[in-house]
Design a protein around this ligand. Structure first.
Ligand code: C2E
Ligand code: CA
Ligand code: CA
Length: 404
């Protein structure tokens, strides 16, 4: 191991190879503690890497641009640039390395950072807990094999075109009529190698990679086709489709959706579009125009995850929503938290005062369902009623509505 300056350490795999180790490629480490840089550099050399470790974020980024590493070791809590900022920079650079996060932080912070890294499309390969044990660290470094992140934008585009995406539908229950009134369409990716992937694993990738318009069009086409099929078998379920809050849908959406419905003989009132507060509030003038056109054509508009964004109530009143969905973070624990109960009651009143239908999401127990019903909420959705399921199972579910 060689110390280049007071901020950098390098080590060469040739020394490891000379001692009988394997050459594993380059490893780059960033940590604001010099002692850790020295330690990782030594472990990397013993494990057969050409290592570069530094306390300087700019030197680290310059180095990985020069020599793309197979493995990156990144400290989560640093002064200067924190680990989350560094992850974003690595994602922007399209880094393919396996990333090991090092930290003395609590597990929750580490897990959140790993989820964030994955959402950025990075190969999050493991955690190094401080204080570090040399043997454990070497075991981890030696087990790293270069795996391409299989969820690239190109792979997702091919999956959409090749029919690997599928829609599941979660029932939305009418609390007054005691029956299933509609469903929310929730996309899944049937990945041939990784199995069924949930939207969190690939919707952010579509949003970042410019594919969200394609995904939204696919989702709307599925919903319209499914609404037509259900109508032919006598089921008049309303289908809600999620519209991403990244970028406004393109201006021709209202006409395109209207045509899709006309071609399939589905009335626009059978389709609801779910948008979040942030989408509506980012560009209120454009949002207002688009929503007005969709409403005037007869589509329903729901405000999704209500209570988690920042909205001006005046704007909320002016936008032509038909439905308000209370975010599940308030609903799930409505009986365990007085504050959440107050919020849910206030939102039900607000919805009704604005002439909106109120849907509670995240209903996970019979008691919660009873609370919502007793307090005038109109619709409920959640695991207690049913999880999202393939379209073919919905008819059977609706037939058994009378049990609820
Ligand atoms: P969302 O719009 O808030 O959808 C509801 C999510 O909550 C679904 O997760 C659903 O399975 C889950 N959920 C339902 N009931 C319960 C419950 O009782 N408890 C708990 N803990 N969770 C419940 P899912 O399917 O993983 O979807 C996650 C998010 O992905 C959706 O959140 C939506 O924002 C997005 N998404 C799903 N499908 C699409 C799509 O086709 N297009 C776009 N742009 N986004 C989509
Ligand atoms: Ca939704
Ligand atoms: Ca929601």
């Amino acid at each position: 191991m060689t110390q280049l300056a007071s901020t950098e350490w390098t080590s060469s795999s040739s020394r490891a190879v000379a001692r009988g180790g394997a050459a594993r490629g380059c490893l780059a480490a960033l940590d604001d503690e010099a002692m850790f840089c020295e330690f990782i550099s030594e472990a990397a050399e013993l494990s057969g890497y050409d290592a570069f470790a530094t306390v300087d974020p700019e030197k680290f980024l310059a180095h990985i641009e020069r020599c793309p590493p197979a493995v990156i070791v990144l400290d989560l809590c640093m002064s200067g640039m924190d680990g989350l900022q560094a992850l974003r920079r690595l994602a922007d650079e399209g880094v393919k390395a396996n990333i090991l996060l090092g930290s003395g932080a609590d597990s929750l912070a580490l897990e959140t950072a790993i989820c964030l890294g994955r959402a950025h499309g990075l190969n999050m390969a493991g955690i190094i807990r401080k204080p570090i044990d040399m043997d454990a660290l070497r075991g981890l470094l030696e087990s790293q094999v270069q795996v391409e992140n299989p969820l690239s934008v190109a792979r997702l585009a091919a999956a959409i075109a090749g029919g690997e995406l599928t829609m599941h539908y979660q029932p939305i229950f009418d609390l007054r009529a005691n029956c299933t009134a509609g469903v929310e369409a929730l996309v899944r990716w049937r990945h041939p190698r990784l199995g069924m992937l949930m939207p969190a694993a690939f919707v952010p990738l579509a949003e970042r990679g410019g594919l969200i318009g394609v995904l939204t069009d696919w989702a709307l086409a599925q919903a319209v086709r499914q609404a037509a099929a259900w109508r032919r078998s006598g089921m008049t379920l309303k289908i809600a489709v999620n519209i991403s809050n990244v970028g406004m849908p393109d201006e021709r959406l209202p006409e395109r959706l209207e045509r899709m419905c006309a071609d399939a003989d589905v009335p626009p009132s059978a389709i609801a579009l779910e948008l979040t507060e942030s989408a509506a509030m980012r560009d209120p003038a454009r949002a207002m125009e688009m929503f007005m056109r969709l409403r005037s054509k007869g589509f329903d508009l729901s405000i999704d995850d209500f209570g988690t964004g920042y909205s001006s109530l005046a704007q909320l009143q002016r936008l032509p929503f038909t439905t308000l969905k209370i975010d599940r973070s308030f609903v799930t624990s409505v009986l365990a938290s007085e504050a959440n109960a107050s919020i849910v009651l206030a939102v039900i009143s607000l919805a009704h005062a604005l002439n909106l239908i109120c849907v509670a999401e995240g209903v996970e127990s019979a008691d919660t369902l009873a609370f919502l019903k007793a307090n005038g909420c109109d619709f409920a959705q959640g695991y207690h009623i049913a999880r999202a399921m393939p379209a073919k199972d919905i008819a059977g579910f609706c037939a058994a509505d009378s049990r609820t």
